[in-house]
Design a binder for this molecule. Structure first.
Ligand code: ZN
Length: 867
């Protein structure tokens, strides 16, 4: 049994020693790799007497301190560290150790993906390569010499600039890399293998030339061009928007198939999950193309927010992640449609982060304790972190925000800092004191704003009252109100805005209120008629709004703020479905408003596809006291059929007009039209209509774009059990050798609402294309199943049992992927008595499994403790 210990922010102490430089030499052989590590150590705390180096799963061979070879009695070695007596102000330590990349299934440290040697060191993987002070506030200058067989490893890459190459004896060769900029070891990277590549160049704003290259498995080079274009756009955008210029001679990206996350921002050598690099029209969906653009940008932007200015410790993770997500979201908004981007981001936030924040694993964006830091690469730290930055952007306005960012870069470049330093920079430009705002960093859960209004015709005033409710945290402690910018408008009957006139000093600028108190009252003057409310425009604050006096049909028809217009449709949809669940008839007004939106030719197709999406199962589940998936699915399908029948002719006409199977362009308009057509096709497929099924089959067969082909396949899977077999066979035989496309195949099968999904998922585990060691495949097959509410919550409890088996099985290979899967049990506290008993058994079974990782243990105990 492992001892599962908790690490606290309050215990943070600066490191007593630092590493000035680290010269590494890797000799890569077929079955193992020899690592030589020469470090210059400096003592920072004059009282320190003992140097502790982190190291796990390393075969230590030799160690020298100041050129004296140490024997075993002269140091202490544990499972996790090497401890050396060291009572001097500087020392040179030389270590030789051996590692076994082929046996590394956790994919941390140096491992093999396909035939390629690659690394992943964030957050604590470097200690699996060699002994080091593995913490982000220890920043060293790295040089890396790589020696490997020239034929099997023609490509040898590491961070920084290439300083030399040589051919050696015995068919070997070597490369020497030097990174001139000190960095924490989590940003170290190495790649060796036989790879193809595409290259390009970028001239920075000061005229320096940067060589760009994207490496991938041979044969996939032609799928890298979208990624390369995205990289160049990102480099240009960061110069234009933040004045941030790239700082090395080369920028390399390597795509690998086995990767725990999306991608990694290693200095000058990003390593990517191939899903976020490789794309062409035949094999990638529109969403995939958008994802690549944003992840390439995200990792590139880390060069300034993450690498040059890094985190003092892992509690500060949101310093780099929240900020960098905010930056990549702004970039995507500038490259594409601002509104569409915002709606996608808010949708993702509410579907994932709000759920996390309401559940047993909720935590502040800056947590103050953790058992396993890998469990904190969450929607909260990333996406809610980005919302917190966005609130400051709204508060300061574009120009002052940029000035504050300049301050941040000027003051902290080259350092490891915390969110306090970032907030200091923001505070220099803020119109209000940020003390209370900082609670967003230390508190958790989503606040609710209950809003009511009173109109006074005699004085032409509107009094608005906002009551903020902040739930207790996961430890059941009371929490205090948050400060936030709240963007709003009061609308006249023609949709125009009343100017907001008030004596209240909380009115900032551009219709933004600054809310701080638990109860906030504000009086607006010169409002000649009772106005319609337009609240939380642009989703200016990440909160839940409750208000009984919102005119949904009016806002859907007249509101100019796209977010509020969308939100009206969304909320109206929720209320309609919930009323149906309570046994009422379908609300006619909703059907009419929906139809008006559907038939409005002036609405942008992408926006239309977003606004016409019915509230998801997750959205509705989230609002239920006791989860009842079947009830949700029933009314959802019924509502679809009502809409489809009512507007059948219009829908058919529109679908036919949008049907354009040979269009594979990925401009906004083409993507918007595809998204809209597939949304509408989904509506009519709910009717059991021969002609529609035929249309869907035709779309499957004739479409040249993967977006269209995959949408058709998914609809056939869910609505046409008699026809889907043939399409699935066709899809399989076309793409069985392309692992990225097989992910989609497994995803469609495992997300199916058809009966028998568990049985088919079970069988697919034996498919030659499936491999439990490849995270993408596990996420596609097992992860999709665990996120499939219909199959997972199926009454027999077999869904729970299957996922529990997989958590245990995969934990032995890859704890990070297993703990991600364990999150599927997060709704434990909201189940019926019967289902709860079923799930409890599985949770206990996992918890009591011997040799459980910290990763899974932490998640499972939190879930069990919550109820
Ligand atoms: Zn990141």
């Amino acid at each position: 049994m492992q001892d599962h210990k908790t690490i606290y922010f309050k215990d943070y102490l600066p490191s007593p020693y630092s590493v000035v430089s680290c010269a590494l030499e890797f000799i890569i052989e077929e079955s193992s790799t020899r690592v030589e590590n020469i470090m210059e150590i400096k003592r920072c705390d004059p009282n320190a007497k003992e140097l502790r180096l982190d190291g796990e799963m390393l075969d230590l061979e030799l160690i020298w301190v100041n050129d004296i070879l140490y024997c075993e009695e002269m140091y202490t070695k544990t499972e996790e560290a090497l401890i050396l007596p060291l009572d001097c102000n500087s020392a040179r330590i030389r270590i030789i150790n051996r590692i076994y990349p082929d046996q590394n299934t956790a994919l941390e440290g140096l491992y093999r993906s396909g035939g390629i040697w690659c690394t992943q060191n964030e957050p604590e993987g470097f200690r699996r390569i060699t002994y080091f002070i593995d913490r982000p506030d220890v920043m060293a200058k790295f040089t890396t010499k790589i020696i490997a067989n020239k034929e099997t490893c023609p490509v040898l890459l590491s961070n920084g600039n290439l300083r030399g190459t040589a051919t050696l004896e015995n068919g070997k060769h070597m490369s020497l890399w030097e990174d001139p900029i000190p960095k924490p070891c989590y940003l170290f990277a190495l790649v060796a293998g036989d790879l193809g590549s595409i290259t390009d160049t970028f001239i920075t704003m000061s005229g320096k030339k940067v060589d760009l290259a994207i490496y991938c498995d041979r044969g996939n080079e032609n799928k890298c061009h979208h990624a390369m274009r995205s990289l160049k756009k990102s480099m240009e955008w960061d110069e234009y928007t933040y004045g941030c210029e790239y700082d090395l001679e080369v920028y390399n990206i390597v795509a690998v198939d086995s990767f725990n996350m999306g991608a990694m921002e290693n200095k000058g050598l990003n390593i990517f999950n191939s899903h976020y690099v490789l794309a062409d029209e035949e094999t990638a969906t529109d969403t995939d193309f958008m994802g690549i653009e944003s992840v390439i940008a995200h990792e590139y932007f880390h060069n300034w927010t993450g690498n040059r200015i890094t985190c003092r410790n892992w509690f500060e993770l949101t310093l780099k992640e929240g900020l960098t997500v905010f930056r990549d979201q702004s970039f995507s908004a500038d490259m594409n449609s601002e509104l569409t981007q915002r709606l996608d981001d808010v949708r993702a936030l509410r579907e994932r982060q709000f759920v996390e924040d309401a559940g047993p694993t909720s935590h502040p964006i800056k947590p103050d304790h953790y058992m396993e830091i890998n469990n904190f690469y969450t929607a909260t730290v990333y996406e809610k972190g980005a919302e917190v930055i966005r609130m400051m952007h709204t508060l300061l306005g574009r120009e002052r925000f940029r000035t504050a960012m300049d301050r941040y870069f000027e003051n902290f470049d080259g350092q490891a800092v915390g969110t306090e330093e970032f907030l200091w920079a923001m505070e220099t430009q803020s119109p209000v004191d940020l003390t209370q705002f900082k609670r967003w960093y230390s508190q958790e859960r989503t606040p609710t704003l209950r809003i009511s209004v009173q109109y006074r015709p005699d004085s032409a005033e509107l009094v608005m009252k906002i009551i903020q409710n902040v739930p207790k945290n996961a430890q059941n402690k009371e929490q205090l109100p948050y400060a936030m910018p709240f963007k709003m408008a009061l609308l006249a009957p023609d949709g125009s805005e009343y100017p907001l006139i008030s004596d209240d000093i909380t009115l900032l600028h551009e219709n933004v209120l600054w809310i701080e108190n638990q109860i906030h009252e504000i009086c607006f003057k010169e409002i000649s008629q009772p106005p319609r409310l337009s609240l939380n425009r642009g989703f200016s604050a990440p909160v839940i709004i409750e208000c009984d006096t919102i005119d949904y049909p009016f806002l859907m028809a007249n509101e100019r703020d796209g977010f509020v217009r969308f939100e009206a449709a969304h909320r109206f949809g929720i209320e309609t479905l919930e009323s149906m669940m309570a046994g009422n008839a379908v609300n006619e007004h909703y059907i009419e408003s929906y139809g008006a939106m559907l038939c409005d030719p002036t609405v942008d197709p992408m926006f239309k596809s977003q606004i016409l999406e019915l509230p998801t199962i997750t959205t509705l589940m989230q609002r239920q006291e006791i989860i009842d998936v079947a009830a949700i699915v029933k009314v959802q399908e019924e509502l679809k059929r009502v809409i489809a029948r009512r507007y059948f002719t219009e829908l058919q006409t529109m679908i036919n007009a949008l049907f354009d199977p040979s269009n594979v362009l990925i401009d906004g308009e083409s993507m918007g039209k595809r998204a809209l057509k597939n949304r509408l096709l989904g509506l009519v497929m709910s009717l059991d209509e021969e002609s529609i099924r035929y249309l869907c089959i035709r779309q499957y067969r004739e479409s040249l774009s993967m977006s269209d082909r995959l949408s058709a396949l998914d609809l056939l899977e869910n609505y046409a059990p008699n026809d889907v077999g043939e399409a699935l066979n066709d899809f399989y035989s076309r793409y069985k050798d392309q692992t990225l496309v097989m992910n989609k195949y497994f995803g469609v099968c495992a997300s199916s609402r058809r009966e028998g999904t568990l049985g088919r998922v079970w069988a697919l585990q034996n498919d030659p294309a499936y491999d439990p060691k490849v995270p993408n495949l596990v996420r596609a097959l097992i992860g999709s199943f665990a996120r499939n509410p219909v199959a997972f919550y199926e009454v027999s409890g077999e869904g729970f049992r299957f996922v529990a088996d997989k958590v245990i099985e995969i934990d032995a290979l890859n704890p990070q992927i297993a703990s991600g899967l364990a999150g599927a049990f997060k709704n434990y506290g909201k189940l019926s008595v019967l289902q709860k008993a079923q799930m409890a058994m599985e949770l206990e079974r996992i918890k009591n499994h011997p040799d459980l990782s910290n990763n899974v243990f932490e998640i499972i105990t939190k879930i069990l403790e919550a109820e």
